[in-house]
Ligand binder design. Structure first.
Ligand code: SF4
Length: 493
C-alpha cells in the first residue's frame, strides 16, 4: 500500500484534484518562482531552528535522502530511547508517513515543534500539526505536546549570527490532539481519491489558497474563458458567487447586481472599448503642487532571516532609488542611488535621499503608502536623520489617486498599477524594451545575484546597468503620467 506523506494530505486538503494530479500527472505541475523561493526559506529557517533548539550540538539529524523512509523510521525509533533532540524524526504507519522538524525529550515522552517561515499561525498549520501528531502517535511516539514555531517579525537582528528570539512558539497541543477523527477521514478520503479517476473540480479560490497550485494551466485549459472577466471589476466581492452560477463575463452581469460608480465605469469602458479621461479634474488635482517637483521610486529587498544587524525579518530594505527633477519650464534632471556592496544600504540610502529631494518641493510618487512607510522606517532607525526624512514624507504627492479618479482605459483590465496605466497613456514607453530587469520581482532577483559573492564583476556591472535603467524608467514614466494629467503634453520631455 502506498503511504501518504503529510504534504500529500495537505494537497488533498487544498483540493482533491491536486492530490490526484500530484500522484498521477506530476509532469503537468508548473512550479513558480515563489514556491521555489519559499522552499529555500523553509530550509534556511530549519537550519537556524536546529541551532536554537540544540545549542550544544547533541541532537541527531535524520537524513531522509540517504536513509530512505523505512530506514529513517527505524533509526528514529532507536533514538526514542535516548534523551537527545531529534531533527527530521520520521514516523510511518501502514497508511501515512510524517517527518518532524524538532523532537525534544521531556518527562516520559517527547515534545514536538514544527518550524515555519511564516510570521503567524495559519489554518493550514493547524491541519499540519494535527496530521503530524496523529501519525507520530500511531507510530508509537509518546507525544506530550506539539507547538508551532514561526518567525517573529518584530524581532531585531543583533548581528553576529545570533538568532535567539527569531522564532516564537505557539502551543497547539489541544487543537491537534482533538482532531484525530478528522485526520483519519482525510487519510481515507485521500486514499479513495488516489485510487479513482481525475476528480472533476473546477478552478476557484482554492487554486491560490493556501498555496498557488501548479496545475492551474492544466485545470483551466478546457474551462470556458470570459472575454471581459468579471474579476476585472475593482473591489467586486461577488465574483466567486457568480462564477458558481456560470456567470464569468461582464457582458452577462445580471441587472440585479448593483455596482459602485467605479465598477460601473470599468464595465462601461470595457464593453464600449472607449477610454475615460477627466482632464480638467486631473489638472485641478495637481494645481496645488506646482513645479519644480521630484518624481521618486524605490526598490527594496526582504530577507525572512535578516542578514544585517538592526533589521527585522521580512523588513523591506531600500537598496535603490531613482529621482527625476522637473523644473518649472520642463527641464528634466535625473539622479540615482544603488548599493550593490552587499552591506546594509539603509543609512547611505537615507542620506542620499535627503540630499536628492530638495527642501520644499513636492515629491511625486505612485502609490504613496509604500514610499511613506519605507521613509518612516528609515527615520525610526536613524534618529539623526528623522527630521529631514519626515520632511520628505510631508511633501509626498500621490499620483495613483489622480489616475484612479480621472483615467481609465480598457487595456488596464481593472488595474491602476503604473505598468497598467502607462501603456494606455504613453504608448511609446514600455517596460518590454528593457533588457533583463522589467519589474519589481526582477529587480529583487538582480539585486540578490549582484550581491552574491560568487557573481563575477562583469555580471555585476551588467546587473547594475539593468537595475539603474529599470528604476529610471519607473520615475520617467511618472513624469510622463504627470505630464498628461497636468495638461503639459506640448512639453518635450
Ligand atoms: S488548479 Fe485548482 S482545481 Fe486544479 S488541482 Fe489545483 S487547486 Fe485543484
Amino acid at each position: 500500500m502506498r503511504r501518504l506523506s503529510k504534504s500529500k494530505l495537505l494537497a488533498y486538503r487544498q483540493c482533491p484534484r491536486r492530490l490526484w494530479l500530484e500522484i498521477h500527472r506530476p509532469d503537468l505541475n508548473i512550479t513558480n518562482a515563489e514556491t521555489e523561493a519559499n522552499f529555500l526559506v523553509g530550509h534556511q529557517v530549519g537550519d537556524i531552528a536546529r541551532g536554537l533548539y540544540d545549542p550544544n550540538g547533541k541532537g541527531v539529524l535524520i537524513n531522509i535522502e540517504s536513509e530512505g523512509f523505512d530506514q529513517a523510521a527505524t533509526h528514529t525509533q532507536a533514538l526514542l530511547g535516548s534523551k537527545q533532540p531529534i531533527f527530521e524524526g520520521t514516523f510511518v504507519t501502514r497508511e501515512a508517513l510524517v517527518l518532524s522538524d524538532v523532537l525534544l525529550p521531556v518527562h516520559q515522552g517527547w515534545r514536538m515543534v514544527e518550524v515555519k517561515s511564516s510570521t503567524s499561525v495559519k489554518d493550514y498549520h493547524r491541519d499540519d500539526v494535527a496530521i503530524q501528531s496523529l501519525v507520530a502517535r500511531d507510530a508509537g511516539l509518546a507525544l506530550k505536546s506539539v507547538s508551532l514555531a514561526h518567525i517573529d517579525n518584530t524581532w531585531i537582528y543583533p548581528g553576529s549570527e545570533d538568532y535567539q528570539g527569531l522564532l516564537v512558539e505557539e502551543d497547539l497541543s489541544d487543537q491537534a490532539f482533538s482532531r484525530n477523527g478528522e485526520v483519519r477521514q482525510w487519510i481515507a478520503g485521500a486514499r479513495q481519491t488516489m485510487a479513482g479517476g481525475e476528480p472533476e473540480v473546477a478552478t476557484g479560490p482554492q487554486c491560490s489558497t493556501p498555496f498557488a497550485c501548479g496545475f492551474y494551466t492544466h485545470c483551466s485549459a478546457f474551462e470556458p474563458q470570459a472575454e471581459y472577466p468579471i474579476a476585472w471589476l475593482p473591489s467586486f466581492r461577488k465574483t466567486e458567487m457568480l462564477r458558481k452560477e456560470g456567470i464569468l463575463d461582464m457582458k452577462d452581469l445580471p441587472d440585479a447586481i448593483s455596482l459602485t460608480e467605479k465598477q460601473q465605469l470599468v464595465r462601461n469602458m470595457t464593453l464600449s472599448g472607449k477610454s475615460y479621461f477627466d482632464a480638467e479634474g486631473a489638472v485641478a488635482d495637481l494645481k496645488p503642487h506646482p513645479l519644480p517637483g521630484y518624481f521618486l521610486d524605490f526598490e527594496t529587498i526582504q530577507f525572512a532571516i535578516p542578514i544585517w544587524k538592526g533589521t527585522k525579518p521580512y523588513q523591506q530594505i531600500t537598496f535603490q532609488f531613482s529621482i527625476h527633477r522637473l523644473g518649472v519650464l520642463g527641464k528634466l534632471q535625473h539622479e540615482a542611488f544603488l548599493d550593490l556592496s552587499g552591506n546594509d544600504p539603509s543609512r547611505a540610502f537615507a542620506e542620499k535621499l535627503i540630499a536628492a529631494c530638495g527642501d520644499n518641493e513636492p515629491v511625486f510618487v505612485y502609490n504613496a503608502a509604500f514610499e511613506r512607510t519605507r521613509i518612516a522606517e528609515l527615520a525610526e532607525r536613524f534618529p539623526a536623520l528623522e527630521k529631514r526624512l519626515l520632511n520628505i514624507n510631508e511633501r509626498i504627492v500621490d499620483l495613483l489617486p489622480v489616475a484612479r479618479e480621472r483615467y481609465y482605459h480598457p487595456s488596464q483590465k481593472g488595474s491602476w498599477s503604473i505598468k497598467a496605466v502607462l501603456p494606455a497613456l504613453v504608448a511609446e514607453l514600455s517596460y518590454d524594451n528593457l533588457e533583463g530587469v522589467q519589474n519589481g520581482g526582477g529587480a529583487q532577483a538582480a539585486y540578490l545575484e549582484a550581491i552574491h559573492p560568487q557573481t563575477s564583476e562583469n555580471r555585476k556591472q551588467t546587473l547594475e546597468r539593468q537595475l539603474l535603467e529599470y528604476c529610471k524608467l519607473d520615475t520617467y514614466a511618472m513624469v510622463r503620467l504627470w505630464q498628461v494629467f497636468a495638461g503639459k503634453t506640448h512639453w518635450r520631455l
